[in-house]
Design a binder for this molecule. Structure first.
Ligand SMILES: NC(=O)c1ccc[n+]([C@@H]2O[C@H](COP(=O)([O-])OP(=O)(O)OC[C@H]3O[C@@H](n4cnc5c(N)ncnc54)[C@H](O)[C@@H]3O)[C@@H](O)[C@H]2O)c1
Length: 322
């Protein structure tokens, strides 16, 4: 069984460590917070609980490290873990700069280790269905994709809405379209805390001519977790706030009537709601990490896809700051 050392058992990390503990051998739990260490020492008596990341890396029986610490710590921790010869799962984004991410990808490649960024939504069965529809050409050519990720809170103080919320939608948009943006524009505003944008609007244009948009905000009356893909023949909406209709496919499109002088009309056909499995995305994600370690799947691609997200984030940040 793969032996894992897990770092960071805060708000999100507690979910990751739970799933890892269910799937494989949780050997170490690392957190700099004393209270959390006491809690986890009681919960996982078989694991060594410590504040020292280096001690866990020095354990030769540890195969892999999972990192769910705050974003600014990711790059340094992931680098140390890869240099120590461990496979790495690191929460999104693994680095804050494209250059740092490229270094991690290269380190993983030369050491033949897994470097898997925690892009949870890529494992959501609803979005997997959307990807299946796009790849099968069901929607016709995709014209545009837009994401809505809004809520009142959680107001973060160590990252803005682009970095906290945008990483999710950006990872999905790049995955669905299979290309990197050639042009991006981001506008945002800091209303609650100086210098930290609470509301961000992003526009992305791709070499193929497809476009995408993201509305990211923790200052909004609506709780929205939605992604809309507009194809030339069909359109699909993924809505994570829905319980039973996570994915809705609309047979809607523009079409030209042959009987007239070619004027454009719109066509509205059936609305289809595919059944989506209720498998936990985090469990699917952690299972994939273990499969990659075992040699199944394309470990280089996972790391390279993560690098595309960091590059696009960097472009958007430059625009937002400009
Ligand atoms: N995939 C998702 O859906 C999702 C959702 C929320 C957060 N996240 C990501 O998870 C990560 C953690 O977010 P969070 O909300 O749990 O943060 P958090 O602040 O609640 O928890 C971070 C934990 O890491 C510990 N820590 C800090 N520095 C450390 C270090 N150097 N070594 C060991 N422990 C350290 C802290 O004591 C704390 O317990 C972030 O990267 C965030 O982007 C992912």
């Amino acid at each position: 069984m793969t032996r894992v050392a897990h770092a960071g058992v805060g708000g999100w990390g507690k979910n990751v460590v739970r799933v890892i503990g269910e799937l494989t051998d949780l050997a170490w739990v690392i957190d700099t917070d004393e209270g959390r260490r006491a809690e986890y020492a009681a919960r996982y008596p078989q694991a060594t609980v410590t504040a020292s990341f280096a001690d866990a890396l020095a354990d030769d029986t540890v195969d892999a490290v999972a990192i769910a610490t705050p974003v600014p710590t990711h790059y340094a921790l992931a680098k140390q873990a890869l240099e120590a010869g461990k496979h790495v799962f690191v929460e999104k984004p693994p680095a804050m700069r494209g250059e740092e991410m490229a270094e991690l990808v290269e380190l993983a490649r030369t050491n033949d280790r897994v470097l898997m960024p925690g892009h949870l939504l890529l494992y959501h069965p609803g979005l997997r269905k959307v990807k299946e529809l796009v790849d099968a050409g069901e929607l016709g050519d995709v014209a545009c994709v837009y994401g809505n990720r809004q809520n009142l809170g959680v107001i973060r103080s160590n990252e803005n809405a682009l970095w906290s919320l945008g990483v999710h939608d950006l990872s999905v948009i790049l995955w669905l379209l299979g290309e990197e943006p050639s042009e991006v524009v981001a506008y945002g505003q800091d209303f609650v805390q100086p210098g930290i944008e609470d509301v961000v609007f992003c526009f992305l244009r791709f070499p193929s001519g497809k476009v995408a948009h993201m509305h990211l905000s923790w200052l909004d009356p609506h709780k929205m977790r939605k992604m809309t893909v507009v194809g030339r023949e069909k359109m699909v909406v993924f809505d994570d706030m829905e319980l039973e209709r996570k994915v809705t496919v609309y047979e809607k499109s523009p079409w030209k009537r042959a009987t007239t002088y070619g004027e454009w009309q719109t066509r509205s056909g059936d609305i289809f709601i595919p059944k989506i499995s209720t498998d936990e995305p985090l469990r699917l994600e952690c299972t994939h990490f273990l499969e990659l370690i075992a040699g199944d799947g394309d470990r280089d691609k996972v790391a390279r896809d993560g690098a595309r997200v960091v590059r696009a984030l960097e472009m958007l940040t430059t625009s937002l700051d400009g």
